[in-house]
Write a protein that binds this ligand. Structure first.
Ligand code: PGA
Length: 255
């Protein structure tokens, strides 16, 4: 982290977990545990949990986000949710391009870009996910790949809008597997992403960008990962479903 240059952000990605009533219970449990955070705290919950989550988090330092958004404003897109809908229900953030969406739901760099623009234009903050598969890491193309994913995602994003963007580097082989990138690996790729953003927007804008690491970040390894200068926070899956574990990560980012 380098809090002099950019905010640290710890975001939970609950994935397809927690019903509305379970959501309220978990947020109520988390609120006192993260109240003293000096980083930003975000919980990205399933669509149907958004309204109860916003209500449960009201008056606290926890911000609520969604996990996907459609790129059109409205229309015949059965089963989809627009950015305006998220905004009105009180979501402030949305995760875009998570590897599970890329792998299971046909998400591509092009649709990631369309969703990013739609969300930003509606006034949402975005957490754009990039990351390589194990084969790509073994091929030695990680830095090129994530740089490309980042640049495509940001196509058409204005310098002003970039201030509402967070990039999450999530090596696919580390997600939900218990295999974490080493702190050095995470820092190296995050630095490459910052370099790619600097090519597009200049060094000052890139220095102001929050770049998270995600992939089996937990209460035990968060401090070491967050101690890296280019690791500005975390996108937390499994460990964000347990109030105590999540709060330990938040504390690590509050040092
Ligand atoms: P994990 O998930 O922390 O369970 O590995 C991270 C993510 O997918 O965002």
């Amino acid at each position: 982290m380098n809090k002099a240059l950019r905010p640290a952000v710890i975001a939970g990605n609950w994935k397809m977990n927690k019903t509305p009533s379970e959501t309220v219970a978990l947020i109520n449990e988390m609120k006192p545990l993260v109240a003293d955070a000096t980083c930003d705290v975000v919980l990205c919950v399933p669509f149907v949990d958004l309204a109860p989550a916003v209500q449960a988090a009201a008056g606290s330092n926890i911000k609520i986000g969604a996990q996907n958004v459609h790129f059109e404003k409205s229309g015949a897109f059965t089963g989809e949710i627009s950015a305006d809908m998220l905004k009105e229900v009180g979501a402030e953030y949305v995760i875009i391009g998570h590897s599970e969406r890329r792998t299971y739901f046909g998400e591509t760099d092009v649709t990631v870009n369309k969703r990013t623009l739609a969300a930003l234009n509606a006034g949402l903050k975005v957490i754009v996910c990039v990351g390589e598969y194990l084969e790509q890491r073994e091929q030695g193309i990680t830095r090129e790949l994530v740089s490309m994913q980042t640049k495509i995602a940001l196509g058409g994003v204005t310098p002003e809008q970039l201030k509402q963007v967070i990039i999450a580097y999530e090596p696919v082989w580390a997600i939900g597997t218990g295999k974490t990138a080493t702190a050095q690996q995470a820092n190296e790729v995050n630095a490459a992403i910052r370099g790619a953003v600097a090519e597009l927007y200049g060094q000052a804008a890139a220095d102001g960008l929050t770049i998270q690491y995600g992939g089996s970040m937990n209460a035990g390894n968060a401090e070491e990962l967050l101690a890296q200068p280019d690791v500005d926070g975390g996108l937390i899956g499994g460990a964000s479903l347990k109030a105590k574990d999540f709060s330990i990560i938040v504390q690590a980012a509050s040092k």
